[in-house]
Design a protein around this ligand. Structure first.
Ligand code: PRT
Ligand code: ZN
Length: 294
């Protein structure tokens, strides 16, 4: 009997590529690829990887060429907004490749507030998300579609504003532009086709999703160990971020001193450690967690 395999579309190279393959790796799946390879077989689970441009991923998933894909919300939502019969859906928000689609204007230009956009020309690679946003604001503006170098449009006097991806804001600053408003907060998404696949394929998807959730939770979680006197325990336990029920063990040779072990499902910052220490904790250890399954 041959087991069915599923296909997942990932970006071949670019800002999503490394983290997408890294996420599969943290799920125990190794994508061995040579430079020009577009198709890789994963040994550990019946999954094949298709390496493509990110812009192709929503359509590949929607049309059933691939069951799953990892793509930026900005690209996925633009495609969804553009097509009437687009039915691919979001399975999980993956947390990496965070950025925002924002409208930006020249520092001293004619547009200073959102209402000034009425009648303006806005350069963008995201015409559908932009028009959808403007409609919700009751603003009519012209769109100039540009597939690259959008940030130079105001300087060339071909647009009054831009609607583009911003991450650190350095590109805007270098072009004397300032952010007026956010159209979409974006991050990498795991997406799938809308139809139900065969039980075999749905089972592979379920297994992959459970591993991904485990890997993503583990990434944010830490295992904290510390020592504390009995009377300090209530306050210390309250300070442990995102920890449900810590294990409390008596320390050998001490009547009223205990070891506390806890899984903290939120970041543990230096500030938290300082607070724990101030509350009476000692020998504080914070360890990374590699894998997690509920
Ligand atoms: O070749 P392919 O078509 O696959 O890739 P691409 O060139 O279209 O996309 P790529 O690899 O640049 O980005 C892939 C995805 O990463 C995007 O769709 C976003 O979801 C996400 N992402 C995260 C970003 C950025 N950060 C980002 N900074 N995408 C683009 N940028 C660009 C932006 O267009 C602007 O020019 O970086 C500039 C702004 O960055 P800051 O840091 O100066 O603000
Ligand atoms: Zn692209």
């Amino acid at each position: 009997m041959t087991t069915e395999r599923i296909r997942i579309a990932l970006q071949k190279s670019g800002r999503l590529a490394e983290d997408s393959i890294g996420l599969l790796k943290s799920c125990g799946l190794h994508v061995a690829r040579s430079k020009d390879q577009l198709f890789c077989r994963i040994k550990e689970l019946p999954i094949d990887v298709l390496l493509v441009r990110d812009d192709d991923i929503p359509n590949f998933v929607d049309s059933g060429i691939c069951e799953l894909g990892i793509v930026g919300d900005n690209v996925f939502s633009e495609m969804k907004c553009a097509a009437d019969n687009f039915s691919a859906t979001v399975v999980e928000r993956l947390g990496f490749s965070q950025c925002r689609l924002a409208i930006a204007v020249p520092d001293n230009g004619a547009v200073q507030k959102i209402s000034d956009l009425a009648g303006a020309t806005i350069a963008t690679s995201y015409p559908h998300l932009l028009q959808d946003f403007l409609k919700r604001q009751n603003i009519t503006a012209k769109t100039l579609v540009m597939m690259g170098s959008v940030e130079v449009a105001p300087r060339l006097k071909i647009a009054d504003a831009i609607c583009d991806i911003v991450a650190s804001g350095a590109t805007l600053a270098a072009n004397n532009l300032r952010e007026l408003t956010t159209v979409l907060q974006s991050q990498a998404l795991l997406v799938r086709g809308a139809r139900t696949f065969s039980p075999d394929k749905e089972n592979i998807i379920r297994r992959l999703l459970a591993r991904m959730r485990g890997a993503l939770t583990a990434e944010d979680s830490k295992y904290v160990m510390l020592h504390a006197d009995a009377d300090k325990l209530p306050e210390i336990v309250k300070l442990l971020p995102g920890s449900e029920s810590p294990t409390i063990l008596p320390l050998r040779g001490h009547d009223d001193k205990f070891a506390v072990h806890a899984v903290c499902r939120e970041s543990v910052f230096w500030e938290t450690m300082e607070q724990l220490q101030a509350a009476g904790a000692s020998a504080i250890l914070v360890l990374p967690i590699e894998k997690m399954m509920a």
